[in-house]
Design a binder for this molecule. Sequence first.
Ligand code: ATP
Length: 590
Amino acid sequence: MERPGRLLLLSELRVGNAACDVSLCRSLLTWKRRSSSGPVYHPFRPSVSHSVSVSEIISVREEEESRGRDDGSWKKIKEREGKDCRLAFTVLYVERRQQHRWRCAEVTFTCPEGALRQHWVGSIREQLAAIASRPKHLLVYINPCSGKRKGKRIYEEKVAPLFAQAGVATQVIVTERANYARDHLRTEAELKKFDGVVCVGGDGMFSEIIHGLIWRTQMDGGVDPDSPDEALLPGSLRIGIIPAGSTDCICFATVGANDPVTSALHVIVGDSQPMDVCSVHHNSTFLRYSVSLLGYGFYGDVLTDSERKRWLGPARYDLSGVKMFLTHHYYEGTVSYLPARGIKGTPRDAARCRSGCVVCQHNGEQLSEKPERYEVDEASDSENDSEWRTIRGKFLAINAASMSCACPRSPKGLSPAAHLADGTTDLILVRKCSRFDFLRHLLRHTSKDDQFDLTFVEVHRVRRFRFTPRYCQSNSDLDMRENGKHQLFSQICRDHPACGCAPAYSSWNCDGEILTHTAIDVRYRDPLGASSRILVEFLTQEEFIFSFLNLNTFSFCSLFPRVHCQLIKLFARGIEEPMVFEDLPNPCAI
Ligand SMILES: Nc1ncnc2c1ncn2[C@@H]1O[C@H](COP(=O)(O)OP(=O)(O)OP(=O)(O)O)[C@@H](O)[C@H]1O
């Protein structure tokens, strides 16, 4: 906790029936029961002191009286035992509960006279108003279809009352269709009016928000988002996530809990957590932004299969996971990556990215202090650059984790030591191995054992990477010539999976969305059955056009992800280290 600073107020006030010494400093409100105030004097009982950081005070309210409507007499709105409301005020503050959950607690102080109450309430409000990082006006998008379709109710019952208490004004928009929020942010939203954007939903909804905001920021700043080599401009608005989806991984990784009240309180106190964003391009066409997982092979296949089983609800992931594990597909191809250099941290570190992470701070400063150096480095990124490393082989999974990807099901995550804002991503390669070995690797995600400590698994901390599946490359004329007959047969197998051959392609799982369309390689079947390759770029209406033309869509093969250090900011502070007094009912009590 920061140093309390200059003493602003010190008075003897009552909390319930106990007399307390109450003090207000720039950063701390403290109340301490006077040891002689109890009915019996206990020389050995320490007097209990409570402290609340001013930055975690939600609001202060005067307890009021009002004239009753029926009998015309004065009545107290809140009648509490023997409390004279004319002289009382209540402070609402953040209280930490177990498992990183926050709750709104309150304490009521009674003053000996009205003028003193005014003085206290005025001083606390002054301190709160001086906290510039607190949002005053928020744009809120609610996905009514997220998770169990409770997004609207969660917001109205748990979040809106807190925002109202804290004096945060909101403009609330309930989305009408998929991508409604993204499109609204890109075009209509008057962003200058707001201090932040809040989404009520799951990871898909968060993804919509970052796509809308990042795109709008680049357009306003004259940056071409399609160019894979352009440095993107960071946005000025922070993003809040009120979890209401089925997985809510991003919320869990940045707050430590999937709890709407906790998230709302992080928004109110004006927390700020920078976060890296990975832009994904196919050649010179922008595809998507990713903040958590880019997975090809196993995780791509699980997602593709689970999408066909949506009717099963969240259980579809388990079922598809088991199915894909038994299927045991592997993919042949080439991985190239640009290792992250001159930064702190490795993917095998024991330390975790936590609130106030020094690795993120150090690497973030490095990247922002020397943007030109990095731009030069990046401009020279080419396949011939000696910095690039290349690995060829057969892989069960190729994953890039830009954060730990921890969630309640897998509290360690895919890459436990990955950082939220260090400008890198952890590239995890799982080579072809037996089912038994793969199962050992998967099970280690839920145990204390190191999931990377296996001969067929390697992990690299990288700034950029690309993966080109073999049969994607083989579409080129070069491979056609090289492989001749074999190429022809593998082509037939791809077109006719019923022959039982292993598929040549997987899909990319980008933060839980399958990467298809937008700019896509399609194979057009002409009436004679011969295939010819064409490149189609659609921005909208792809599915309609595809079905109309009877085109066969392919998932992307070769992608070019690039990490943009600390491109966005969230209303969060990272996962806090557990407090020493976490088990106490009120951890503020010392
Ligand atoms: N009004 C709407 N109707 C239908 N779909 C919507 C609507 N608003 C948003 N969507 C889309 O719903 C998809 C899923 O939403 P969301 O991520 O909020 O919930 P979820 O899938 O249950 O959670 P998670 O992504 O955490 O598993 C998003 O991709 C989003 O684009």
